[in-house]
Design a binder for this molecule. Structure first.
Ligand SMILES: [Fe+2]
Length: 246
């Protein structure tokens, strides 16, 4: 049985547009466990002016969440990083060590990077080259939901050529974000452009922490080996978070 690791979700309570409080975070954690997820790296937004999270605010929310899970005996291993909005601030944060990483891949730190939904921002390739020169590998969050990429999927290619990883959202694969988004997700799957899938969970009703169904679709559309590989990539990237845990 494959290990299900969720590397992009907004379960940490009260610090972004995900779980508003601990009770909701716990309910979401229970759903994740029911889905078969065993490990989660929680990734609240860092988006200057909108969600001004820092390593400190994230660490506080994580410890509250961990304590809640322990008190209720919920068997879910959790850690935290962030989904970091594209912007020039990234350079300063990289230099000063303020960037939270979702993990490591091939010896490099992995940054979950969010573009604006409507486009690929001007200067994206330049900033990504700079990050890579600093031994940071960007993992592009849900490219299949980016309107610029949806209009022209080949816009993803330069980023892959630079060495970026990709995180496709599970609900895109199962059709929860509509057929256009699903088509692009399936196209990227067929072209083997998906590094990992993740839930990007925000809430119970519309965006729950579920990834098992998407793995079922992947297996049907491709084969078991490819589904296993995508699951293994997430486990490998997240390993640094859990191998050091007490
Ligand atoms: Fe997200």
């Amino acid at each position: 049985m494959r290990t299900l690791v969720d590397l992009h979700n907004h379960l940490l309570p009260g610090i972004d547009d995900g779980a508003p409080d601990l009770a909701t975070a716990i309910s979401l954690a229970q759903l994740a466990v029911e889905d078969g997820i065993t490990h989660m790296v929680c990734t609240p937004h860092i988006h200057p002016g909108r969600y001004d999270n820092t390593q400190a605010t994230i660490a506080t929310a994580l410890s509250q969440f961990k304590q809640g899970l322990t008190e209720r005996g919920i068997n879910l291993k959790v850690s935290a990083a962030a989904e970091v909005r594209f912007g020039m601030e990234l350079m300063e944060w990289a230099v000063t060590g303020q960037l939270p990483f979702v993990g490591e891949y091939q010896g490099k730190n992995v940054l979950l990077l969010e573009f604006p939904h409507g486009e690929i921002p001007f200067g994206a390739e330049k900033l990504i080259k700079w990050l890579i020169s600093k031994e940071i590998t960007p993992m592009i969050a849900h490219p299949e939901r980016n309107k610029g990429i949806m209009a022209k999927p080949s816009k993803l290619k330069p980023f892959l050529q630079l060495g970026c990883l990709t995180q496709v959202t599970a609900q895109s694969i199962t059709g929860g974000f509509g057929s256009a988004c699903q088509e692009i997700a399936h196209k990227f799957l067929a072209e083997e452009k998906i590094t990992i899938i993740a839930s990007d969970a925000h809430n119970i009703q519309h965006r729950p922490p579920k990834i098992a169904d998407a793995f079922g679709v992947i297996e049907t559309l491709t084969n078991k080996q490819q589904a296993d590989q995508i699951a293994a990539n997430a486990a490998e990237i997240a390993n640094i978070h859990f191998s050091q845990a007490a």
